[in-house]
Ligand binder design. Structure first.
Ligand SMILES: [Fe+2]
Ligand SMILES: [Fe+2]
Length: 497
C-alpha cells in the first residue's frame, strides 16, 4: 500500500514535518502510522506523535524479545507458595478523598493528627512522672509546678538570648514554652519540627512553661526483635524506574525481568521471589522540572505508562506486584496520593497479580506489616533538620526520624499536602518494614526492629540530581527473605557483569 493510500484509509492529515519524518524512514512506515493514528484522537498527525509511536513500537519489540515462559531448568518454588498479601484499606486514600482544601479541612487534619499521636504518647512506654494536663490547665497553675502537656508545635523561634521559644497548642489553647540554652532539653528542642506532636515535660514560670524534656511518640521497645516468618520466599523492592526518561536503564531493567523469569544467574533467588513492591516514580512524567522535556524519550504520558505496563507483563503471574505512585506519576501531587487511574493502568487490568495502591500504603505479607511510601518528603526533612543535612547520602537516617516521630511528612507549606480528615501520613502501628525511594540511593537500616529500605532506582544519574546533591545507585535491587530476615542487594547494571 502506498503512503497516499494509507493516509486516505486512516482518514488522517499529516503535518509537513510529519511527512518528512515518514519519508526519511526506510521501513515500517505503515506500522508507525497505524500506531500513531490509533494513539491520537485528532485526525492531524504531528512529527511528535510519530516520534512517540516509534518509541512505543521499539519498546514493544524489545519486550517481545524474551520468552515469558520460564525455561525448563527453572522451577520457581514461589509458584507453589500460596500468596498471602493484604492491602490495608483503612490506610489507602484512593476513592475516599474528602478534602476540598479549605481551612476547615486543615483543622480536621491537624485535630486527627493530634488525637492519634496523643494516643501513642499516652500508651505503653511513654509514661511520665507527671500527670498529663491540658494547656488551659497550665494557665491556672501556680509558679514552679511540674506537668506534662501533649502539644502540636505551632512555631519555633530563637530568642535574642539564644533560647528556643516554642509556641505550642492543643484544643484548649496556646502556650509559650521555653527551652533554655545549655539545659538538657535544648538539643532536642533544636530538632523539633513545626506541626509535629510531642509531649513536653516542664514547669510553670509566670507566663512561660519551661521545658525540661521532650518526648517523641517513638517506638519505645528498644530491643524489639525483627519479625521473621517461616515461609522461604523473597520480596523484591523497587522504586524510581522513571520510564520515559532517556536515563532509564532499559537494558538493566530487562536484565532484572529476565532474572525473574529464570534466565540468567541466581535462579534459586529468582525462584523464591513471590512479591514485588514498587514505591513510585514508575515513569518520568511530563513537566516535573524545568528542563525535563529534553531528557525524555517519550513526551506522551500515556505512552510512558503503556511502556511500563509492557514491562510489568513480563513478570511471572505467580508473583504479586504492588504498585504505588510517586511525585513523577500521573496522580495528584499533594500527599497522600491515590492509586493510579484506570486510564493509565488499563493494559494491566486483566492481570490478577498486579495491584495498584495509594502513596503511602500499608501491606501485610504473610503477617509482616509493610509501610510503603515514595519518599517525596525527604527533600523537606533534609532542608528542615540540621542533623539530616547529608540525608541524600544516608536516607535510612530519614527513615529513623519518620519512625521516631511516627510521621512520614509532618510538614506544612513546603510540598503540597491534601488536608484529608484522616492523617494518612501518620504511623499509628509500628511496621516491620518501612520501604521508600525517591532519592535513588540504595540504603538500609534497622531501627528498633523495623527494617528500613530505600530501594534505589533504575534511572541513570541526571545532571539535575547531581546539582541537588543526590548520589544515585542505579539498577540495584534489594531482595528480602522473609524466613531468614536477611536482605541482599542484586546488581543488574552492565558494569557489574
Ligand atoms: Fe525518582
Ligand atoms: Fe520521586
Amino acid at each position: 500500500m502506498s503512503l497516499k493510500e494509507l493516509i486516505s484509509e486512516l482518514d488522517i492529515v499529516l503535518t509537513p514535518d510529519a511527512l518528512d519524518y515518514l519519508k526519511g524512514l526506510s521501513e515500517n512506515a505503515e506500522e508507525l502510522l497505524r500506531t500513531a493514528a490509533s494513539n491520537s484522537e485528532s485526525f492531524v498527525i504531528t512529527k511528535e506523535m510519530l516520534a512517540d509511536a516509534t518509541e512505543k513500537i521499539r519498546v514493544k519489540n524489545k519486550a517481545l524479545e524474551f520468552e515469558v515462559s520460564p525455561s525448563e531448568q527453572f522451577n520457581p518454588i514461589a509458584k507453589n507458595v500460596k500468596s498471602q498479601l493484604k492491602i490495608l484499606d483503612k490506610y489507602d486514600v484512593s476513592n475516599k478523598s474528602l478534602s476540598v482544601g479549605n481551612i476547615n479541612d486543615f483543622l480536621l487534619l491537624f485535630r486527627n493528627r493530634m488525637e492519634r499521636i496523643r494516643k501513642i504518647l499516652k500508651g505503653e512506654g511513654h509514661i511520665s512522672k507527671f500527670g498529663i494536663v491540658k494547656v488551659s490547665d497550665i494557665k491556672q497553675f501556680a509558679v514552679n509546678r511540674a506537668a506534662r502537656v501533649i502539644v502540636m508545635i505551632r512555631e519555633k523561634k530563637i530568642t535574642k538570648n539564644g533560647h528556643i521559644l516554642l509556641i505550642v497548642e492543643d484544643e484548649t489553647g496556646t502556650l509559650n514554652a521555653l527551652s533554655i540554652k545549655s539545659t538538657a532539653s535544648f538539643e532536642d528542642a533544636n530538632e523539633l519540627i513545626e506541626d509535629e506532636v510531642v509531649a513536653l515535660d516542664g514547669h510553670t514560670s509566670n507566663s512561660l512553661f519551661i521545658v525540661d524534656s521532650i518526648t517523641w511518640p517513638d517506638i519505645k521497645i528498644e530491643k524489639r526483635k525483627k519479625k521473621v516468618v517461616p515461609v522461604d520466599v523473597n520480596i523484591a523492592f523497587l522504586s524510581d524506574l522513571h520510564i520515559g526518561s532517556k536515563y532509564f536503564r532499559e537494558e538493566d531493567f530487562i536484565r532484572f525481568l529476565k532474572f525473574l523469569n529464570g534466565e540468567g544467574g541466581e535462579k534459586q533467588k529468582a525462584g523464591k521471589i513471590k512479591y514485588i513492591i514498587i514505591a513510585g516514580d514508575l515513569v518520568d512524567g511530563i513537566g516535573i522540572y524545568p528542563t525535563q522535556e529534553e531528557q525524555l524519550t517519550t513526551k506522551n504520558i500515556y505512552t510512558q505508562y503503556e511502556i511500563f505496563s509492557e514491562y510489568i507483563k513480563k513478570i511471572p503471574d505467580y508473583i504479586e506486584v504492588v504498585i504505588s505512585p510517586g511525585n513523577h506519576d500521573a496522580v495528584r501531587l499533594a500527599e497522600p496520593q491515590p492509586h493510579l487511574g484506570e486510564e493509565f493502568t488499563a493494559a494491566l487490568s486483566d492481570k490478577k497479580n498486579v495491584h495498584f495502591v495509594s502513596n503511602p500504603a500499608w501491606l501485610e505479607i504473610h503477617g509482616l506489616k509493610i509501610l510503603v511510601y515514595h519518599g517525596t518528603s525527604i527533600d523537606t526533612w533534609v532542608s528542615r533538620l540540621p542533623s539530616l543535612r547529608r540525608g541524600y547520602e544516608n536516607p535510612e537516617k530519614i527513615g529513623i526520624e519518620m519512625l521516631k516521630r511516627r510521621h512520614l511528612s509532618p510538614f506544612y507549606g513546603d510540598k503540597p499536602l491534601a488536608p484529608e480528615h484522616f492523617d494518612y501520613m501518620l504511623i499509628d502501628e509500628v511496621p516491620d518494614i518501612l520501604h521508600f525511594g525517591h532519592v535513588h540511593k540504595n540504603a538500609y537500616g534497622n531501627y528498633r526492629g523495623v527494617l528500613i529500605i530505600n530501594s534505589g532506582t533504575f534511572q541513570g544519574i541526571t545532571d539535575y540530581q547531581v546539582k541537588q546533591g543526590h548520589v544515585p545507585t542505579p539498577a540495584q535491587v534489594p531482595i528480602y527473605n522473609i524466613a531468614s530476615g536477611k536482605i541482599e542487594t542484586l546488581n543488574f547494571s552492565e558494569e557489574n557483569l
